[in-house]
Design a protein around this ligand. Structure first.
Ligand code: NAP
Ligand code: ZN
Ligand code: ZN
Length: 349
């Protein structure tokens, strides 16, 4: 077994604290990655605080993992020691259902194995995430990442990146599309970067007036305060696609109304409360609401290659692990610019 240092939540109400556990010995298809950086996703906070009602403790969060390969199992062909590699939100799935054979393992009919807050396929071992010094994972769920990209900036690609890239691709976003992004946080800022790179005209819908300059610097063409009723009204039936990355309960209808003919509200944000939707807002313009969960292994590698080609990484604030509880509080105040990333070397201090 491989001993690792980590930070964990022991229950829903106390601060994260130092924790030690062991990773499994390598199986033939396993890759052992030394973690250098781990991004901090709002889903970490939702789960640490048991906001989705399914939390398992002790919980080592973290599913935006990047580092270097230390060693590989006897049958591994994709990786060798010393290479840069990353792990995202999944570490396994049934591997034989239709979504799995189509490399959309996040929609596995038997349920994917999440990187943490999930039991492994043996149904007894608790999977543990990236706020830790190393991970052991089957090579199918380990990805190559270009060494051209900044390592800390590339960590969030493994969740915030793929979660916004996948629905934009599903909606075939391209030149000529009018895209809006609701919520300028970790996911939202990646959605802006990807939609711009795909050729769309991009509008940021934010509740934070202070983020206007940043939104434009990220490449957005317009910035609209979603709390300004008049400004929202002027965008009625305007967009082809809206990416909703909002983490707190909110009014879905105010975004739906902004969709033009056959427009799509792509929901990725996961507040704990269920949305209220008026069917009249849906039938107008034959609008649809589409949920989207991360992305499969094939699309994740495609997204990483797209980022290498276009030089896209996340805008990050690198923090030591000892700052994690303050980072969570800042996240709750919408004060993230635009992703916290933990420097895992701080775990040794
Ligand atoms: P984040 O960095 O905290 O950003 C969330 C943003 O939502 C905030 O910065 C804020 O942007 C906006 N917001 C917050 N409260 C709001 C309110 N009451 N009304 C309107 N807007 C509000 O979070 P994140 O890491 O990007 O995650 C966003 C959500 O996606 C979370 O719920 C997370 O669990 C979920 N998620 C889903 C998937 C998936 O597979 N579907 C994957 C990862 C994460 P402004 O200041 O601009 O308003
Ligand atoms: Zn995430
Ligand atoms: Zn499956």
């Amino acid at each position: 077994m491989i001993p690792v240092k980590a930070y964990a939540a022991l229950n829903a109400s106390t601060a994260l604290q130092p924790f030690q556990f062991e990773r499994r010995d390598l199986r033939p298809h396993d890759v052992h990655v030394q973690i250098l950086y781990s991004g901090v996703c709002h889903s970490d906070l939702h789960q640490v605080r048991d906001e989705w009602g399914d939390s398992l403790y002790p919980m080592v969060p973290g599913h935006e993992i990047i580092g270097k390969v230390i060693s590989v199992g006897s049958h591994v062909q994709k990786f060798k020691a010393g290479e840069a590699a990353g792990v995202g939100v999944m570490v396994d799935s049934c591997r034989h259902c239709d979504p799995c054979t189509g490399f959309m393992e996040q929609y596995c009919e038997e349920g994917m194995t999440g990187t943490y807050n999930n039991y492994e396929r043996d149904k007894t071992t608790l999977a543990q995430g990236g706020y830790s010094t190393a991970i052991v994972c089957d090579e199918r769920w380990v990805y190559h990442v270009s060494e051209k990209l900044n390592m800390a900036g590339a960590a969030p690609l493994f969740c915030a990146g793929i979660t916004t890239y996948s629905p934009l691709r599903y909606a075939s976003v391209q030149t000529g599309f009018r895209v809006a992004v609701a919520g300028l946080g970790g996911l939202g800022h990646m959605a802006v970067k990807f939609a711009v790179a795909m050729g769309a005209e991009v509008t940021m819908l934010s509740t934070s007036p202070s983020k206007e300059k940043d939104a434009l610097n990220l490449g957005a063409h317009h910035f609209v305060l979603s709390t300004d009723k008049g400004a929202m009204k002027s965008l009625d039936s305007h967009f082809d696609v809206i990416v909703d990355s909002v983490s707190a309960p909110h009014d879905y209808e105010s975004y739906l109304n902004l969709l033009r003919l056959q427009g799509k509200l792509l929901v990725v944000g996961l507040p704990k409360e269920e949305p209220h939707v008026n069917p009249f807002a849906l039938i107008k313009n034959r609008r649809s609401i589409i949920g989207s969960m991360i992305g499969g292994t094939a699309e994740t590698q495609e997204m990483l290659d797209f980022c290498a080609e276009k030089n896209i990484v996340s805008d990050v604030e690198v923090i030591p692990i000892q700052y994690i509880n303050e980072a969570y509080e800042r996240m709750l105040k919408n004060d993230v610019k635009y992703r916290f990333v933990i420097d895992i070397s701080s775990l040794g201090k």
